[in-house]
Design a binder for this molecule. Sequence first.
Ligand code: FMN
Length: 324
Amino acid sequence: MLDTPLARHAGIEVPLICGAMYPCSNAELVAAVSEAGGIGIVQPISLTYVHGYEFREGLRRIRSLTAKPIGMNALIERSSKTYAERMERWIEVAIEEGIRFFVTSLGNPRWVVDRVHSVGGVVYHDTTEAKWGAKGRDAGVDGLIAVNRCAGGHAGAKGEEELLAELAPLGLPVVCAGGIATGEDFARALGLGYAGVQMGTRFIATPECRASDAYKQAIVEAGEGDVVLSERITGVPVSVIRTPYIERMGTEAGPVARFLLRGRRTKHWMRAFYALKAIRQLKHASLDETGERDYWQAGKSVAGVHAVEPAGEIVRRLAAAAER
Ligand SMILES: Cc1cc2nc3c(=O)[nH]c(=O)nc-3n(C[C@H](O)[C@H](O)[C@H](O)COP(=O)(O)O)c2cc1C
């Protein structure tokens, strides 16, 4: 079951992606998942702004821990010119450093596809519905990552079976993102016809992840019902653990923010504002050991997380379950 189009495209043994996570993707976590046979994805803002590396130096730190394939996430929304130019530079550096697997999110991935294909690499595109999947396919991506309603980060609206049924006709390998924590979850997704899985939440509760112990413990203790969607972080719904802080803050964007997010001219400005604010807040909350800033992103897969465990053990356990 493990020999799937994703495994072949990425050159890995276990078709399992540790998805990009702002602010939780750090060098050691990315390396640990790749070393165990899956593939860790670098989140450039997390690597540089949260974990303090100059980008190339961060990639080399990961390389010093594993020689196996790693990937990079390119958030390609072009509402900020400065950010778009920085992303182009990051992609060039990643290619120079030997990265050949890219995951694009938001926006039109064509320019990434053209560049990455020119060096023999592959691009998988995050999508929450057929409309965006078709855009990705038309732009030439090699696979789709189906982000379902259980996912951590920006969740989709659909369930894993419904989304696969919608995306499969596009004729590309489809990866399941959201709700996967255990061996049974992994085997079920492959059994449904997914080419692999992308997991986030499960890998936060690992010793390799640099998030605070309070954050990891909250994931271990939370059940599915403790995960709620909040618009207050980035202006679009993000999955978070319902903590006293989230309850105090509320989960809906205020009326002015909503109005500005809808406006044709103001929406880009508003998104950029939210992004900058969220980038700062999430960085501090994830590293704060006191647990007072309990502003923690996680998906419904918290239900299958019962202990902090090494990332490599998780990969091996899931692989064994799928091979049975
Ligand atoms: C804390 C956190 C941060 C995330 N940040 C990003 C991100 O920066 N870019 C991205 O494309 N996906 C991001 N995601 C989504 C993950 O890459 C992955 O698709 C998702 O976590 C899968 O769902 P799961 O958490 O149930 O495993 C994030 C997820 C989490 C939990």
